[in-house]
Design a protein around this ligand. Structure first.
Ligand code: CP
Length: 303
């Protein structure tokens, strides 16, 4: 089984992975050898701090081994195609994680891999981030069902997509608060598919204050995602009213927590005041990248 998009997991499967993640996190010694003799290869077309280090450190903690390999330009070295490269990897490794500019590359890898493939982020989805987010929300709020998460910022981006799909699948209501332009609003096809994948509400709002009303979780991410750098100037004009600042947070539930996928741009999508406040759980969230992925790795290898 692969995790190529958030749609690949049912509600029960997500909850199983979260339970296993919590179990491993709470009992590190018991699980310290569960990946013995297992090798993860991490294919990166784009730079990373959290994804690279959390997978590598996680495999190390579980007694396994992780290898970093660059696929800059969407190819293996010596211009080997993705398909040929992966047919080699099938012979050597137990699991593949890939961060690519385009979802198509992850799908191509999945189509020839005989071992599980994990999407470590593309322009469309970031399912590992969502598993870490759900683990964090569950820890901070004591559950997931019935909570309201409000994503403020670029509604078209990968993190918004994974938040819509993953959070709604486990019974959270999702609101996307974004500028009123199709380019920055959620893809209608993703909304329809996410609603068919869950029983939850998915709402789009272009008004930050009313959008965050009653929010248990406010979530934001960068205004200029990887691969969109040429749009930076226009985005800097459009997104400032969607900054997560203390004034905006005051309109949410008094016990609301604030999350960020990271890296953060202080003073743009989030103020330092909010990022460093008691409501911010961004570094717990970053830490849970490793714990959620450990649960995912073990769960996939047990399938
Ligand atoms: N949030 C996230 O995926 O971080 P990296 O780009 O550093 O991996």
């Amino acid at each position: 089984m692969h995790l190529l998009t958030d749609f690949d997991l049912t509600k029960d499967q997500v909850l199983d992975i979260l339970d296993l993640s919590s179990e491993i996190k709470a009992n590190p010694v018991e699980y310290s050898g569960c990946m013995r003799n297992k090798t993860l290869i991490m294919l990166f077309e784009l730079a990373s701090l959290r994804t690279r280090i959390s997978f590598e450190a996680g495999m190390n903690r579980l007694g396994g081994h992780a290898i970093f390999y660059s696929i800059a330009g969407g190819k293996f070295t010596r211009s080997e195609t993705l398909e040929d490269g992966v047919k080699n990897l099938n012979e050597y490794v137990d699991i593949i994680m890939v961060r690519a500019l385009k979802q198509e590359a992850v799908e191509r890898i999945g189509s020839v891999a005989t071992v599980p493939v994990i999407n470590g982020m593309t322009e469309r989805f970031h399912p590992c981030q969502n598993l870490a987010d759900l683990l964090t929300i569950k820890e901070m709020k004591g559950g997931l069902e019935g909570l309201k998460i409000v994503y403020v910022g670029d509604g078209w981006c990968n993190t918004a997509n994974s938040t819509m799909i993953g959070c709604s699948s486990v019974g959270m209501d999702v609101t996307i608060v974004c500028p009123d332009y199709p380019r920055y609003s959620p893809n209608p096809e993703i909304i329809s598919k996410a609603m068919a994948h869950s029983d939850s509400e998915i709402t789009v709002s272009h008004d930050p204050e009313s959008g965050v009303a009653g929010a248990d979780v406010i979530y934001t991410d960068v205004w200029v995602s990887a691969g969109m750098e040429e749009e930076k100037k226009k985005r800097m004009d459009v997104f400032p009213p969607f900054q997560v600042n203390a004034e905006l947070v005051s309109h949410a539930d008094p016990d609301c927590i604030v999350m960020h996928c990271l890296p953060a741009h202080h003073g743009l999508e989030i103020t330092s005041e909010v990022m460093d406040s008691q409501k911010s759980v961004v570094f717990d969230q970053a830490g849970n990248r490793m714990h959620a992925q450990n649960g995912l790795l073990l769960w996939l290898l047990k399938k």
